[in-house]
Write a protein that binds this ligand. Structure first.
Ligand SMILES: [Zn+2]
Length: 347
């Protein structure tokens, strides 16, 4: 998307930085960036990228807003809580008010092996705002396969990490961390908590790296693993050499991308620390909320809008998206989640 000269006044303070300049701003303006996950990290990075004038922003998030998000997720406010809209839709709405001169695509979808080709098509850089290694390995494999730079970011409690993956230039995330920490052992924001300043700091560093990549300032791109703790004020830049990864991953060595393999059928994913399970089908479907609400009449509280239907079945709650994906709250047992889905939504 091209930006007119008059619109450049908006970016005046950014253009004045010699490292960006008018040429850099033009490059930013014709770029497409995907932010995957619009929580603590993603809501900050999407905000900064929209203000910086990234021509096209893809905002990908599978979740909906909860009150405990407001402590750190800056794109949302109290008015949004009662609207029961996907975070991607809320974020798009907010950011269109921030910058109406760029293209913003809200994608309220789960990024997985089935959806990744559609969702990430045409992006120049991927910014990680996820909270789990499964999705990060998927992003990593996709990025390696298509030679797209991506920026890993993670934050929990008071500490965080940033690492830029440039395919073909140094270790990828899977080389660096060959095995994901088992999810039941991993620290998550939901379980372990998170201080907002650390997520803001990590996301800001990710965006700075993203802008270096978009403007072609390759010499400035950080090639270290950044480790930061805001509580003990420690900032470490850990050099990564090939010796640190004596056993490179199968993606880097032989173009083997296991995380892009599609599983057929229904998938269930435990949403760690959330006491919830996500269910989605290989084939997306279009749910007729009106017809379903009529069918469910008399069996608990049912509310819906264009995007989401909430079905209350204490002690469980089902949030159903219009493409058939559902998040079942109140259990981490995928069997229970599947049977609730079958009972209230169908197979
Ligand atoms: Zn690798």
């Amino acid at each position: 998307m091209s930006q007119s000269n008059s619109s450049f006044s908006r970016y005046d303070r950014q253009i004045k930085i010699p490292q960006i300049g008018l040429e850099g701003q033009e490059r930013i303006g014709v770029s497409c960036v995907a932010v995957v996950g619009l929580g603590a990290l993603g809501s900050v990075s999407a905000n900064l990228l929209a203000r910086a004038g990234v021509g096209t922003l893809k905002l990908i998030d599978r979740d909906f807003l909860e009150k405990n998000n407001l402590q750190r997720q800056v794109l949302y406010d109290e008015n949004d809580l009662d609207r029961h809209l996907p975070k991607a839709v809320l974020a798009e709405e907010k950011l269109k008010r921030v910058n109406s001169e760029i293209k913003i695509n809200a994608l309220a979808s789960d990024l997985n092996a089935q959806t990744v080709d559609d969702l990430l098509e045409g992006v120049d850089v991927i910014v990680d705002g996820t909270d789990n290694f499964e999705t990060r390995y998927l992003i990593n494999d996709y990025a390696l396969k298509h030679q797209i730079p991506w920026i890993y970011g993670g934050a929990v409690q008071t500490h965080g990490l940033v690492y830029v993956v440039l395919p073909g230039q140094g270790p990828c995330l899977r080389c660096l961390f060959p095995e994901a920490v088992p999810s039941h052992e991993a620290q998550t924001c939901d379980r372990s908590g998170i201080l907002a300043p650390v997520s803001h700091l990590i996301a800001s560093l990710q965006v700075a790296e993203c802008l270096k990549i978009l403007t072609g300032r390759n010499e400035a791109i950080c090639r270290s693993l950044l480790k930061i703790d805001v509580w003990d004020s420690s900032f470490h830049s850990v050099d990564i050499t090939p010796d640190d990864c004596p056993d490179p991953c199968s993606g880097c060595v032989s173009g083997d991308f296991p995380y892009l393999q599609r599983d057929q059928g229904t998938q269930t994913v435990k949403l760690c620390g959330r006491n919830a399970v996500q269910i989605h089908h290989w084939e997306t479907r279009k749910i007729d909320f009106e017809a379903l609400a009529a069918k469910l009449e008399g069996s608990g509280r049912v509310e819906y809008n264009d995007y989401i239907m909430n079905i209350e079945q204490p002690p469980y709650g089902i949030t159903l998206f219009s493409n058939g994906r559902a998040i079942i709250k109140g259990t981490e047992d995928s069997g229970i989640a599947r049977s609730l889905y079958a009972k209230y939504i169908g197979n």
